[in-house]
Design a protein around this ligand. Structure first.
Ligand SMILES: [Zn+2]
Length: 216
């Protein structure tokens, strides 16, 4: 967007903090000082039985982050990606290191893509990739399947998700150390299943990075 365009946009849509959504002063950064201070350090972990090695995340998925992410996905705030991206990239750099041959992401299904108009995780990966010096590559496709009932627990979710993805071009992942990007980590079932098919297709390893993670 041009400078004039940005000024016009700010006049029509008052600038608000990307996370807490409060109105900003003229020169305040989009991530307000209060939120910037409370974001905290990226964190990481591993899950027993998961097909990925480790995961890292920039934010805790709670309160302001959940609302912010809703605006990003559904509320026309696509530009949030340029603020989320560096946070995600920092999580990778600080928690996982940079030894990856390939960066990929969890795809959105075709119907949602049509409705929403953009793939929120791909955009996130692109923005993070700018800082990491990697260009995200599409490797996974979501299979069309029957709608799933509301999921009760992690185990059930893991069962339900089995077979949800296929690797579009197995040759492109063979022998690769893969960085897999998703938007939000909850049970980890989705990224684990995606990791499983990537490994089955010949990937050497899969680590996961998400913008936000629900951690108890
Ligand atoms: Zn804020």
């Amino acid at each position: 967007m041009s400078r004039v365009g940005a000024i016009l946009r700010d006049l029509i849509f008052p600038r608000r903090c990307v996370l807490c959504h409060r109105l900003l002063e003229r020169n305040e950064p989009r991530l307000c000082p209060r939120c910037a201070a409370s974001v905290g350090a990226p964190f990481s972990g591993a899950r027993r039985g998961a097909y990925y090695r480790r995961w890292a995340s920039a934010l805790r998925y709670e309160d302001v982050v959940r609302d912010s992410f809703r605006r990003y996905k559904f509320g026309g705030c696509r530009f949030y990606a340029q603020y989320y991206g560096p946070l995600l990239a920092n999580a990778v750099e600080q928690q996982l290191g940079l030894r990856y041959d390939l960066m990929t992401y969890i795809p959105i299904n075709a119907l949602r893509l049509r409705r929403r108009g953009f793939d929120q995780t791909r955009l996130l990966a692109q923005e993070a990739g700018e800082q990491l010096g990697m260009v995200p590559v599409s490797t996974l496709k979501k299979r069309r399947r029957k709608p799933q009932s509301r999921v009760v627990n992690a185990e059930e979710r893991q069962r339900n998700i089995r077979g949800a993805f296929l690797v579009t071009n197995p040759a492109s992942v063979q022998g690769k150390r893969i960085l897999l990007i998703d938007d939000v980590l909850t049970t980890g079932a989705t990224v684990s299943e995606a990791s499983r098919v990537l490994l089955a297709a010949g990937a050497k390893s899969v680590d996961v990075a998400t913008l936000a993670a629900a951690v108890s």
